[in-house]
Design a protein around this ligand. Structure first.
Ligand SMILES: Nc1ncnc2c1ncn2[C@@H]1O[C@H](COP(=O)(O)OP(=O)(O)OP(=O)(O)O)[C@@H](O)[C@H]1O
Ligand SMILES: [Mg+2]
Length: 343
């Protein structure tokens, strides 16, 4: 404050000798400017703060909404509904989480479908096997009752015993086949594998079945290469050929059954072709299923169980090969088997 009552800012600059230059300016204007600057600073800080708060709120709200959608999905999954998904937005961590959640829901949905399929197959299997067991058991029970009530006399008793034995054998065959199929399907059957000539095995089977073929006036012809080799379990591969030839004989009334085998490109081929009743496209697809029979009423009287071809398929699969059928109704069927030879 100087003697005129004004606030001044004084700057003293030293000069030569003992002199100094004094500069004085009133402070009021500077103070005004500083005050104004303070207000501007305060205002802009407030606006920035407001903007930052608004942005944070928007960001938090966005995240919140995305997390809420994911929580909702998690709740649906917990309730057993795996069919829904969440939208994947952007490329951040939350988007990754959403993607993982969607993938998890898809995997659970697939597992659920698989479990349903397994459940249906199990129910169908139980229904089929109960039906198959019921037929011989009912028959045995009827025969036993006839014996107990002394309704059968003399020679007929022998016939009753024969029928009971036949039904019992059928029961044992059924149970054994189902157990074998299951063991093979689960990969629990140990098979001794070796390379051996296939042709003599087929000739042997044809020799055994010739009587049956002659009875029906059907020619059983074996062809292909007599030197054919096959790699696998001899008993099981014999069973494959027997089942196919037996079927061909069962479902052919006239003509011929031609069995052919050969080696080609490190593989063994076997075909069994007949001139029998043939199959439609749907039947051709289903015949490898357990217990499937085109004509179940016929099977009840002839004692067929519908297990022969599922056994063939399972054995061929356990040898790393494949089986298929080419057929047309009324024109016969050709079963084709391909087996790998050991390298
Ligand atoms: N060569 C064929 N020609 C026409 N139909 C066939 C032939 N082979 C099989 N089938 C049909 O496929 C069904 C299933 O055959 P599969 O050998 O599995 O059972 P199955 O012969 O009825 O009974 P199983 O062999 O257990 O005694 C048969 O019931 C038959 O209807
Ligand atoms: Mg059969």
């Amino acid at each position: 404050m100087n003697r005129f009552g004004l606030s001044v800012t004084v700057v003293v600059l030293p000069m030569e000798k003992d002199e100094a230059l004094w500069l004085a300016a009133p402070v009021t204007e500077t103070e005004e400017t500083i005050k104004e600057a303070r207000w501007v600073l305060f205002g802009s800080s407030l606006t920035t703060l407001g903007l930052v708060l608004l942005l944070s709120w928007l960001l938090a709200e966005g995240l919140n909404r995305r997390i809420k959608t994911m929580r909702h999905l998690a709740q649906q999954v917990a309730d057993g509904d795996f069919t829904k998904g969440v939208p994947v937005q952007g490329n951040d961590e939350i988007a990754d989480l959403a993607r993982d959640l969607n993938r998890m829901a898809e995997m659970l949905e697939e597992a659920k479908k698989e479990a349903d399929r397994y459940d249906q197959a199990r129910s169908r299997f139980l229904a089929d096997i109960s039906h198959e067991l019921k037929t011989p058991l009912t028959s045995i029970r009827g025969l036993l009752e006839a014996l107990r009530n002394h309704l059968v006399k003399g020679e007929d008793r022998e016939r009753i015993y024969f029928l009971m034995e036949k039904e019992t054998i059928r029961l044992i065959r059924l149970v054994q086949s189902v157990m074998e199929l299951e063991k093979m399907r689960a990969g629990k059957m140990e098979l001794k594998m070796e390379q051996f000539p296939f042709y003599p095995v087929l000739e042997d089977i044809v020799d055994q079945m010739n009587i049956l073929a002659e009875e029906k006036d059907i020619s059983l012809i074996i062809g292909g290469n007599p030197e054919t080799l096959v790699y696998g379990n001899e008993d099981r591969l014999r069973q494959v050929a027997i089942n196919l030839i037996k079927n061909a004989l069962q479902f052919t009334n006239r003509g011929e059954i031609r069995i052919t085998t050969w080696n080609e490109k490190g593989e063994t081929w076997l075909t069994v072709a007949d001139t029998g009743v043939g199959l439609t496209e749907d039947q051709s697809r289903d015949i490898f299923e357990r217990f499937y029979k085109v004509d179940s009423s016929r099977a009840t009287t002839t004692g067929e169980m519908g297990l022969g071809l599922s056994m063939v398929k399972q054995i061929v699969l356990s040898h790393g090969g494949e089986v298929r059928v080419e057929s047309e109704p009324g024109k016969g069927s050709k079963f084709i088997i391909r087996l790998p030879l050991k390298k």
